[in-house]
Write a protein that binds this ligand. Structure first.
Ligand code: AMP
Length: 273
């Protein structure tokens, strides 16, 4: 193809993207965490120092799968130009990033560090945001292992960007993002100016499964390895876990013959007058 034709088609793509987004086609950063698979029942270590991770199936945090899916949908609509997945975790978190790449992310960054608390993760993400300048960062609302629900909010504070948390709908128009949020008793829609931070709730979308050809393709997509020192971030823990214990075992219920027996039993237990 002559080079002028190439130039023309590239320009057309650019015009199309700009028409759709009002001129702000953007990069999306998606932080993904490697956690115990949600189907696995966690076991507490006998010494109560934490959860036993030996030989346990690990997967991408489910809310982060939803974040990756949303980013891909925005790219398919022409709103986003590039999706960068990032994880802070052990070497094995490469697998989690490869899953994001197989779903449709373009490239990945792994910051190798173990057991980093949400503030440490947010500080690292803030540095990556500075370097990558994404128009949107889409995180999960919480990681199902620590249930912190902190990282997105801390990242918004550290970067001074507006945040739309617990998103059940995300609509980008020009330099605005409308985020519909699940709040007590209903839905609230907030409008943010990009660049912004969004965290996903369960009903935002249903993540796709990666196809086999895409799993193969993901193996050759770029994955950069970094350390916290590369970003000048101190990730030493600020919290000390005192004890981890199993939830109390529920005592077995009893059966009563009829309503009268139920009322009598409740009175006997002192929960009804
Ligand atoms: P949390 O505040 O720990 O409940 O996590 C909220 C969200 O922050 C997760 O759903 C991820 O999107 C992101 N996140 C937390 N920890 C990490 C990590 N180690 N690596 C990448 N993303 C993370």
């Amino acid at each position: 193809m002559p080079s002028t034709a190439l130039l023309c088609s590239a320009a057309n793509i650019d015009v199309n993207v700009k028409r759709f987004t009002g001129g702000t086609a953007m990069k999306i950063l998606v932080p993904v965490k490697r956690v115990i698979d949600y189907n696995v029942k966690p076991r507490v270590k006998p010494d109560g120092t934490g959860v036993d991770l030996a030989n346990v199936k690990m997967s991408m945090n489910p809310f982060d799968e939803i974040a990756v899916e949303e980013a891909i949908r925005l790219k398919e609509k022409g709103v986003a130009t590039e999706i960068v997945a990032v994880s802070v975790g052990p070497d094995k978190a490469q697998e989690t990033l490869r899953t994001a790449l197989a779903m449709g992310a373009d490239r990945a960054i792994l910051v190798v560090a173990e057991d980093v608390e949400p503030l440490g993760v947010a500080k690292l993400l803030a540095k990556i945001v500075e370097e990558e300048a994404p128009g949107l960062v889409i995180l999960g609302k919480q990681a199902i292992d620590d249930d912190s629900n902190q990282t997105g909010q801390m990242l918004a504070a550290l970067t001074g960007r507006p945040q739309g948390t617990f998103a059940s709908k995300v609509e980008v128009s020009g330099d605005s993002v409308n985020v519909t949020r699940e709040v007590d008793g209903g839905l609230e829609t907030v409008s943010l100016k990009t660049p912004a931070i969004v965290t996903t709730d369960l009903r935002l979308n249903e993540p796709r499964y990666a196809s086999l050809p895409n799993i193969m393709k993901a193996k050759s997509k770029p994955l950069a390895q970094k350390t916290p020192a590369d970003y000048g971030v101190d990730v030493s823990p600020r919290l000390k876990t005192l004890k981890v214990s199993e939830p109390p075992v529920r005592s077995a219920g009893i059966k009563v013959a009829d309503v009268d027996a139920l009322v009598a039993k409740l009175k006997e237990m002192g929960v009804a007058a």
